[in-house]
Design a protein around this ligand. Structure first.
Ligand SMILES: Cc1cc2nc3c(=O)[nH]c(=O)nc-3n(C[C@H](O)[C@H](O)[C@H](O)COP(=O)(O)OP(=O)(O)OC[C@H]3O[C@@H](n4cnc5c(N)ncnc54)[C@H](O)[C@@H]3O)c2cc1C
Length: 386
């Protein structure tokens, strides 16, 4: 597809070459059984893409966030689905920026070598939804351990991850000065914890996402697995959430590109009334509009990633990137369905699969309303609504 020259051209090319080994039929098969794309995740790991952000001293490539964005964008633009493994990239910041030297030395080389996966992010709970400060899972210090009790929901990839970053309350709400204090982040070694206080139940969803409910009962976690300072976890999670928004925004750009490229090709090739359907402006214009929307949104992803990797405040840009790209991918998805007509609805064209997959990003990892509310209150200074 035309457009400005892209940074990380070689990385992009290698990702595309790898993705070519995982054709649409591979994803369709997995989708039917809601199976985890293990071979794909293993290949990305082996090629070093999932350790792009790990510093070289720990065995990674030490690349900045914009490189991770390029990798995930290409995965989606090739028709694959990075949701099976994107968390390793966006959670990395929490460990890199706030983990201590011992934790980094213990986990990063093994993650970089592909021996273990850091793929599960336990924040959302059934009763609190978007209100992260309202979580009810508690961690109580007991000697050299913390004892954790509670429940998480929508903990994606929990069955396929060795490590989980978990957010829990270490001080009751009434006892903290600021609402955002009293929460802490822990590294949970899942294999060790399973059956000893940790239970996972898969949730079958509209698309193939390997998401789960996680039940935690008297789970003992060594105190050395606390990330940073006790009570400051919300701050650490927030910086991870900005990375998450930027990387998922890059995936949405990739999805939009996939829809636009396929729609353009089909509009040239499909002939009705003895001419290509793409000769009709009623068919051309929605494709052109989707392209314009995607290109504009793509610029905001670059802006947000740049700010993040320079260590600047990027809350506004990360939220804008997520909002604009999720809208762009959804516009492009609808446009493709309209362009392709009846044949969309047949599984074999993969449109319905990509359509279901990209719909998620209007809701998760943060829903559109909450982004608008952030912009209204924190950027435009409008009165707080909640
Ligand atoms: C497939 C999937 C995978 C996920 N993976 C993970 C994961 O790995 N780890 C994790 O921790 N979480 C995960 N999540 C959770 C995800 O981050 C939340 O679903 C998301 O934050 C939105 O939560 P909710 O829809 O339950 O929101 P709710 O808070 O229940 O809100 C429901 C609706 O009300 C609106 N709303 C609520 N409050 C307001 C308000 N004040 N103003 C305006 N509108 C409001 C919301 O925008 C939304 O439309 C996942 C979710 C899904 C569906």
């Amino acid at each position: 597809m035309a457009g400005a020259a892209k940074p990380y051209a070689e990385v992009r090319e290698s990702v595309r070459a790898l993705c070519a080994q995982f054709p649409a039929s591979y994803w369709r098969e997995l989708d039917r059984g809601r199976d985890y794309p293990k071979a794909f995740v293993d290949a990305l790991t082996k090629a070093g893409f999932l350790s792009a952000l790990i510093p070289e001293e720990f065995g990674g490539s030490g690349l900045p966030l914009s490189a991770a964005a390029a990798i995930l964008e290409e995965v989606q633009a090739a028709g694959c689905n990075g949701a099976a493994c994107h968390a390793q990239m966006y959670m990395m910041g929490t460990l890199l920026r706030h983990g201590n030297a011992v934790q980094k030395q213990k986990y990063l080389p093994e993650i970089a070598a592909g021996k273990i996966r850091l793929q599960a992010f336990g924040v959302t709970e059934p009763t609190s939804g978007t209100d992260t400060l309202g979580i009810a899972t508690t961690a109580k210090r007991d000697g050299e351990s913390y004892v954790i009790n509670g429940q998480k929901i929508w903990t994606s990839r929990a069955e396929h991850s060795d490590l989980m970053l978990l957010l829990a309350r270490t001080a009751p709400k009434e006892q903290v000065k600021k609402r955002s204090e009293g929460l802490s982040v822990f590294i949970i070694e899942m294999r060790e914890a399973l059956g000893k206080g940790l239970a996972i139940r898969p949730i079958r969803t509209m698309m193939n996402h390997a998401t789960t409910e996680v039940f935690i009962e008297n789970l003992r976690v060594p105190a050395e697995n606390l990330i940073g300072e006790e009570g400051q976890g919300f701050r650490y999670i927030l910086s991870g959430m900005n990375a998450e928004r930027i990387l998922i925004a890059a995936e949405c750009v990739g999805d939009a590109k996939w829809f636009i490229e396929k729609a353009s090709a089909y509009a040239k090739e499909r002939s009705v009334f003895s001419r290509p359907i793409g000769q009709n402006q009623g068919v051309q214009f929605p494709i052109a509009r989707a392209y314009a929307q995607m290109r504009a949104a793509e610029l905001m992803v670059a802006e947000a990633a740049g700010r993040y990797q320079r260590g600047e405040d990027c809350g506004e840009e990360a939220n804008l990137a997520k909002l604009l790209t999720a809208d762009a991918s959804w516009t492009a998805a609808n446009m493709y369905v309209q362009t392709h007509g009846d044949f969309d609805f047949a599984e074999e064209y993969n449109i319905e699969r990509k359509f279901r997959e990209t719909r998620l990003y209007q809701v998760a990892p943060i829903s559109t309303n909450l982004i608008l509310s952030y912009l209204a209150e924190h950027v435009l200074g409008l009165p707080r609504s909640y």
